[in-house]
Design a protein around this ligand. Structure first.
Ligand SMILES: [Zn+2]
Length: 70
């Protein structure tokens, strides 16, 4: 299987794959989120649109990313 690569993007697991260490762990599905998503390569973590929409109770189909600040 070949994954499509997107320039400047990285494929990561939704940060809710590990709900205990996620700020949004409350919105993770049971057993952790299995979603993968592309985020900006400069971003540290991403929350997939499923968990995002759970957190806001409003499905927009958008993903949410968190930037690293060094
Ligand atoms: Zn998720």
């Amino acid at each position: 299987m070949v994954e499509n690569q997107r320039k400047g993007m990285q494929l990561v697991k939704c940060m809710n794959h590990d709900p205990e260490n996620s700020k949004w762990g409350d919105y993770a599905p049971e057993g952790g989120c299995k979603e993968k998503m592309y985020i900006d390569e400069k971003a540290a973590k991403g929350l997939c649109w499923r968990c995002t929409s759970r957190s806001v109770g409003n499905i927009k189909g958008e993903s949410y990313t968190v930037s690293t600040e060094n």
